[in-house]
Write a protein that binds this ligand. Structure first.
Ligand SMILES: [Zn+2]
Length: 329
């Protein structure tokens, strides 16, 4: 066998090994979900499991949660093809592919019109948008083709957090809004073209997830109005943090709520954030490759102990980073 072919098969089998989990004796869906930083409900949906108690030893579970795309039939001219997922979860990122010859195409979704670049566009459904049918419009040369996406609910649990009195001032609404806007401005800038070519790596070497994406949150006994916008890795101060994919450093500075923060811009409207770092090792404008050191875990800003908060946003909308480790949208 040619060496490159062997390398190809090795890569494929590694990817497959990460994409699935074979159920071992004594394992529960809850334990497996916890191990991979996902939820029982997400695994149930992905593997069409009606009753989580009916798990068989040796059963192979799919772990990667990227939605399957479907080609739409009978399109009006000038559209030649439109490919999109018909079913998605709240908080999930997805890709649409659309072609209308050489004509420029725009997609309207959730009240925002996005230009399509090279036939491809990434979008995300916000975590707190209600389940149901969502309209998506494809526009080219004055022709509008409307399709529908079904968004399904994902239960991700609740978490009540109590902040020490000296950190409570960080919850002031104007401060939260100003800092969020700063991050969103950075995410909206940066390169247009997609900089990554492979599934994303983990930003830390140890898989110790302490909070998954999408958990509803209450602070100091208040209402569950917000949710966790990323993944938390509970790791000791000083643990190295690496870029998970190629990008440009859009922000590298100390923020009140997010602490020492880094934002990477990855193109196609995607950015990733790293909060509460003890140390930052990159500068704004710097190009990074997957695996480059960008900082160290810490507990700066609105944090109750050393951890890395890691998030991915698509056009500013926070999305679950977990599926990106297996296959990007
Ligand atoms: Zn977090």
């Amino acid at each position: 066998m040619h060496r490159w072919l062997l390398a190809f098969f090795t890569l494929c089998s590694l990817a497959l090994a990460q994409n699935t989990h074979t159920v071992r004796p004594g394992e529960t869906l809850y334990r497996i979900a916890k191990q991979y930083g996902t939820t029982v409900e997400a695994l149930q949906q992905l593997n069409r499991i009606r009753d989580p108690r009916q798990l068989r030893v040796g059963q192979v579970l799919r772990l990667n949660g990227q939605p399957e795309r479907t080609l739409l039939p009978s399109l009006p001219a000038p559209f030649t093809s439109i490919e999109l997922p018909l079913r998605l979860a709240q908080g999930q990122a997805f890709r649409v592919r659309v072609n209308a010859g050489d004509l420029p195409v725009q997609v309207r979704f959730l009240g925002i019109t996005h230009p399509v670049r090279e036939g491809s566009l990434l979008l995300a459904v916000p975590r707190l948008h209600p389940p149901g049918a969502y309209r998506i419009d494809f526009q080219a040369n004055g022709v509008v083709h409307t399709a529908s996406l079904r968004v399904v609910a994902v239960e991700r649990g609740r978490q009540s957090l109590v902040l020490p009195p000296d950190r409570r001032r960080l919850l002031a609404a104007d401060l939260l809004i100003a800092e969020r806007n700063q991050v969103l401005r950075v995410c909206a800038a940066g390169p247009q073209e997609q900089l990554w070519r492979a599934a994303w790596r983990r930003p830390v070497e140890r898989e110790r997830i302490t909070a998954i994406f999408g958990v509803l949150r209450s602070f100091n006994g208040g209402p569950f109005r917000s949710y966790h916008e990323g993944l938390d890795y509970g790791l000791p101060t000083g643990t190295p943090v690496y870029a998970p994919a190629p990008g440009v450093v859009g922000l590298a500075e100390s923020l009140a709520v997010r602490g020492n923060a880094v934002v990477l811009q990855h193109g196609l409207g995607v950015c990733s954030g790293y909060w509460h770092l003890s140390r930052i090792t990159v500068r704004p404008g710097q190009r990074v490759n997957a695996g480059d050191l960008i900082g160290h875990v810490g507990s700066t800003g609105l944090s109750t102990g050393p951890h890395l908060h890691y998030e991915i946003r698509v056009h500013g909308v926070p999305t679950d980073p977990m599926p990106w480790y297996f296959r990007t949208p």
